[in-house]
Ligand binder design. Structure first.
Ligand code: ADP
Ligand code: MG
Length: 320
């Protein structure tokens, strides 16, 4: 490595504009030291991105830096937690300065936006891989979870679904769109729904972020909460630029495509009306797509009221 490990850490990761009061010791000692506010729970999550598994090794490093943090922020969002600190374990084939600078810019830009401080990490040589551990705060006992949904609750999603899968199809030259940049951006630089998650704390009975596709992630809520669901397929929000595609293709992207990082959540009947102000406050569209029902953790699909079977590629959890 042309740059020493410590030089690299100092130059790219120790320099940051965020300096939180609750961090007693940030990067530079054997451990970071932080203060957890009274009456809050610490929400902690880790996600790893591996080259050629989760992203193409030649992807724009700025986008990669953004995404490595965004996917972790999305996990906090799903619990209604507010971001505070992160650590970054990065394995690199070589210390290429131009690459590192762009990666750090993508990561730090998003960190700054959420007032999140990078408090430590690890730097090693090897095949490109990035692991972020994120910490956030949530008022004691108020987090959103997967296991508290009840039959009769309504199912909602934020934003539009299938955009990232369409973006991947564009990158793979399997799909041509008139304005492909939006979809590539949705794939490479997802927007974690942190403010939506926090606003849903007093409203939603369960919540999960959609990383593996709506169908798969809904199954997690159904299994944890021990109930079933009916999805009204025509209600699923699909971006208008994808609406010329066949119904099957749209559903493939929206139900089985991953990487959207939207929120899927359930809301009791009596709290539905509160969602309007959440959508207004956050500027994020919230759409009702179905309802939970008593019974086994199975998923029923309906299209304009009629039961619908879909053969979705890459989704092996379809038959309950
Ligand atoms: P140690 O050998 O004591 O585990 P390191 O030499 O790995 O510590 O790291 C020195 C300091 O730099 C520590 O505070 C560590 O948390 C931090 N650090 C190492 N790599 C990174 C990174 N990629 N991003 C942020 N901080 C890092
Ligand atoms: Mg040490």
């Amino acid at each position: 490595m042309s740059l020493s490990e410590f030089g690299l850490i100092k130059q790219y990761f120790q320099q940051q504009s965020v300096s939180r009061k609750d961090v007693t010791k940030g990067i530079g000692d054997d451990c970071a030291l932080v203060n957890v506010p009274a009456n809050t729970e610490l929400a902690v999550s880790t996600d790893t991105l591996v080259a050629d598994v989760h992203f193409y090794a030649d992807v724009d490093p700025q986008s990669l830096g953004h995404k490595a943090l965004a996917v972790n922020l999305s996990d906090l969002a799903a619990m209604g937690a507010i971001p505070a600190w992160a650590s970054l374990a990065i394995t690199l084939p070589q210390a290429e300065q131009a690459w590192l600078e762009k990666f750090a810019n993508g990561f730090m830009g998003l960190a700054e936006y959420y007032d999140l401080q990078l408090i430590g990490g690890d730097t090693t040589k090897g095949p490109l891989s990035i692991t972020v551990t994120i910490h956030g705060h949530v008022p004691q006992g108020k987090s959103l979870r997967r296991d508290q949904a009840k039959p009769g609750d309504w199912l909602y999603v934020s934003g539009t679904l299938g955009d990232a899968a369409a973006g991947l199809a564009v990158v793979q030259q399997k799909l041509a769109l008139t304005e492909p940049e939006y979809f590539i951006n949705r794939l490479q630089q997802p927007s974690p729904r942190v403010t939506v998650g926090a606003a849903l704390r007093p409203i939603a009975s369960s919540c999960i972020d959609i990383s593996d596709g709506l169908a798969q992630d809904l199954k997690h809520i159904l299994t944890s909460s021990e109930c079933g669901a009916v999805l009204e397929l025509e209600q699923i929000p699909v971006h208008e630029q994808l609406q010329h595609l066949s119904f099957e293709q749209q559903m493939q992207f929206a139900l089985a495509g991953g990487d959207d990082y939207e929120l899927l959540f359930s809301v009791p009947e009596e709290k539905k009306a509160l969602l309007q102000s959440v959508a207004q406050q956050t500027g994020v569209k919230l759409t009702c797509i179905g309802r939970l029902q008593a019974g086994p953790s199975t998923l029923t699909l309906k299209h304009h009221g009629q039961p619908q079977q879909l053969a979705l590629a890459g989704w092996d959890h379809f038959s309950s």
